[in-house]
Design a protein around this ligand. Structure first.
Ligand code: ADP
Ligand code: ZN
Length: 437
């Protein structure tokens, strides 16, 4: 299939052209926030930087960071850079990590969002002939409306199912002929499981692609979903603070997501020192909005860890690519001094052929951190003897030890016993936090 682009000129522009756009838009945005947002004016004055000092993207590092705490401190509208009469939509973060935050969009901001979602849809091979089944939640959460807007933009048929009611999702997949499924990867996995359970042949569906994001997922999970649903599964990244889904989008190469650099400048920094890191080095992703009117946050610290690359991509797009974020710095567990991302545990389980339905429990007993991984048995294992099950548990333990470098307890539990997620999966229960440890 020949590669198709929604906005070819910019998606395949030369690096010089992209830099020129960024320079111009950054200068304009910095003036805009300095004039209209008290926090930015104060912060820049304190740092001794004036809008005139920002002549292009190379001056970005002179500007102070923006954090989630700032959004909370100025909640609800303190960081809006336009008058309320120009705000046509509000969204709020899903509140995965604490008090919700709110962002606003002008008409122009929503148009940009539609365009970047349209770029994602074209990149997975969709066009006006497709049925876009949106099973991300609609509402204040940005997931549903993001892809919905993109579908309208390209003239495809949007099916705004929202999340939940899995039987109904499956009936719609069958009856309405959905060709592209959009939801979180954990929900895609659940839908796939249910399709299998009902004995439905995925080849009997019209699905060809999936756009799955809003939470970390592994390559192993991608392969399973692709196989179970007989589709190509693409990653999509975004966050409410910057726009919502499609801040970056995956292409046919499926090796990471192109950042929409004409709208967002991306940097990676050392999360401890704030120092800017070169491409290729893992670091905290930091985004600066350069075309937004209502909430153009400057150097927003995502707390997501990723790696940037500017290697040429076979799809022909020239935007910087970011890897799948492994998780947020605040999802990273420190267990007996060792850093562990839940996605590393997922990798081990799936590589060994176990179920993607797992839960991680962390606790502190006698001043020592404990780690327990519960994973569901497969249907065939369920009838195994206790000795056999113990052997499986031992094998997982050994793999976890060799990959993570720490000991974990492993418990195989009955198939179907771990709660399924229709949105973002909650895989970790850290009891240490509950007791203030
Ligand atoms: P909340 O912060 O309440 O979860 P958001 O929906 O704005 O609300 O979540 C954005 C976050 O979701 C990102 O900062 C990132 O941690 C995570 N995320 C989004 N897309 C992906 C993805 N493709 N891979 C990994 N993590 C993702
Ligand atoms: Zn590409």
């Amino acid at each position: 299939m020949a590669e198709r682009y929604w906005q070819k000129e910019i998606e395949t522009a030369s690096r010089e052209q992209i830099k020129a756009i960024q320079d111009e838009r950054l200068v304009k945005t910095v003036k805009h926030v300095y004039e209209n947002v008290e926090m930015y004016r104060k912060r820049m004055d304190e740092a001794g930087v004036s809008p005139d000092d920002i002549k292009g993207a190379e001056d970005l590092h002179k500007l102070p960071f923006t954090t989630k705490q700032d959004l909370r401190d100025y909640y609800p509208y303190g960081l809006f850079a336009v008058p309320q009469k120009d705000v046509v939509r509000l969204h709020a973060s899903s509140g995965t990590t604490g008090k919700q935050i709110v962002v606003g969009y002008t008409k122009h901001d929503l148009e940009v969002w539609d365009d970047i979602a349209a770029r994602q849809l074209y990149a997975v091979g969709a066009d006006e002939n497709d049925f876009i089944h949106v099973a991300y939640g609609y509402g204040l959460f940005t997931g549903g409306f993001g892809l919905h807007g993109g579908a309208g933009r390209i003239g495809a048929t949007a099916i705004p199912v929202s999340s939940g009611n899995t039987d109904r999702q499956i009936t719609i997949l069958q009856d309405f002929g959905s060709t592209v499924l959009c939801c979180t990867p954990s929900y895609a996995m659940y839908i796939a499981e249910q399709i299998k359970e009902k004995g439905i042949d995925p080849k009997s569906l019209s699905l060809k692609a999936g756009i799955f994001g809003a939470e970390p997922w592994t390559e192993e999970m991608r392969r399973q979903i692709e196989e179970m649903l007989d589709i190509k599964a693409y990653d999509v990244y975004g966050l409410t603070e910057i726009m919502g889904p499609c801040v970056s989008y995956e292409c046919s190469e499926q090796t990471g997501m192109h950042v929409n650099e004409d709208h967002f400048i991306v940097e990676t920094i050392d999360p401890d020192t704030g120092e800017v890191l070169p491409y290729g080095t893992p670091g905290e992703l930091v985004f600066t909005c350069i075309s937004k009117e209502c909430c153009p946050f400057i150097r927003y610290r995502t707390r997501d860890i990723g790696v940037l690359s500017i290697e040429p991509c076979s799809c022909g797009r020239t935007f910087v690519k970011m890897t799948k974020p492994k998780g947020r710095t605040d999802d990273m567990l420190i267990i007996r001094g060792v850093n562990v991302f839940p996605s590393q545990i997922e990798t081990v389980l799936l590589r060994m052929g176990y179920s993607p339905n797992y839960k991680i429990f962390v606790d502190r007993v006698n001043n020592t951190d404990t780690l327990l991984v519960q994973v569901e048995m497969t249907e065939d294992m369920f009838s195994d003897t206790v000795t056999k099950i113990k052997e499986h548990e031992k094998a997982i333990k050994a793999e976890l030890r060799s990959l993570l470098g720490i000991g974990a307890d492993v418990q195989l539990v009955a198939p179907g016993s771990i709660e399924r997620s229709m949105g973002k999966a909650k895989r970790v229960e850290d009891k240490r936090k509950l007791i203030g440890g």
